[in-house]
Design a protein around this ligand. Sequence first.
Ligand SMILES: *Cc1c(COP(=O)(O)O)cnc(C)c1O
Length: 425
Amino acid sequence: MPSGEAAMAQYRQRLLPVFNPALVLARGRGAVVWDADGREYLDLLGGIAVNALGHAHPAWVEAVSRQAARLGHISNLYASQPQIDLAGKLLEITGAGPGGRVFFANSGAEANEAALKAALRRSGTGADQRGRGPAQPGGRGGRILALEGSFHGRTLGALSLTAKPAYRQPFAQFTGPAEFLPAGDLAALEAALADGGAAALVLEVIQGEAGVLPPPPAYLAAARRLTSQHGALLWIDEIQTGIGRTGAWMAYQNPLLGGPLADELDGRPAQAAAPDLVTLAKGLGAGFPIGAMVAMNAEAAGLLQAGDHGTTFGGGPLAAAAALATIQVIEDEGLMARAADLGARWRADLAKAPGVKAVRGAGLLIGIVLERPNAPDVVKAAQAAGFLINATGPDILRLAPPLVLTAAQAERFTQALPALLKETP
Ligand SMILES: *Cc1c(COP(=O)(O)O)cnc(C)c1O
């Protein structure tokens, strides 16, 4: 195998320059990875909130290997038991109501494309006249609302809902007319919904790419109440926050983030208060590419009919087996409780480090706000010291480690952080 430096030179000659990878990684085990030169790192980013079980978890490896040896790909002209079982599991852990249904994709952006299509089939004509929107050419559904700071993916539909102008503007010819509302601003939300013409509101419970930003208390519950009142779908993008990362299966179920949504709804049953659409990806396959769109009730599930959407790979048996194993291990090893407990203690410890202004997030999705805007340099210094982390902004470090991270591993970073901050110009 070439050295890391030689491999990186080949990378630059062969791959499109849309990324700028920091290292060539060769193997991993638990929360530890090794680069092409054999150097060891503590992986505190987990493939960007993906590797919930760490690297090479034996149960995950076993499930994927066994399924690969049995039946790998079949297309959606045929069904498989792992796919059917996984759909059942997702309807259960999302708290979907009667008539809820699942669509499988291969990534977060694709899960969001499916949800966007569902939202576009929603007529958005107010609470009394909900239903499938016009399908005839030139027909217009309701308006689609998204939040400033949002990230929903890089394909053109998902990009249309992603707030950052620098991502969108070069492709504006093919991006859609979403309306961006100030995040956390209930008055703005109420005003945007008031005429009953909105088909859907899409939001992340914690805005991950914006720097791990949780909503103000009561925002989620109010968003549910207002969208219901004005006949719009509530679509929650749980791609980064879902599958245990915040200490609950879904961040909208996390009491620390304003959930369960039912609490604010005067004793109405939980399913009446759940979102209408949920999109999942990152942690779902713990490293195997898979995305899912959960239509949480019969009405949402009726928006996409035969011929409205499709995929060759989505929901294949191999990906489904990986996701089933992921959910099973999270249950068996109590990883949600670990994310909640270790995350809370770790955030409190990190907040004490000199040079740290604030620490935010939930569970093991953590944003460290620095006093100085040197986060990208701190990331480099951390790497040199054997820690993989990333910066979501000039003054924000993000941690999204495997949920199998140990307290001792977390402590190693806590101990190292003050020197990293002090010594980085
Ligand atoms: C990562 C992410 C996406 C996009 O997922 P991809 O798999 O990269 O397409 C969408 N929404 C959120 C909140 C994300 O964090």
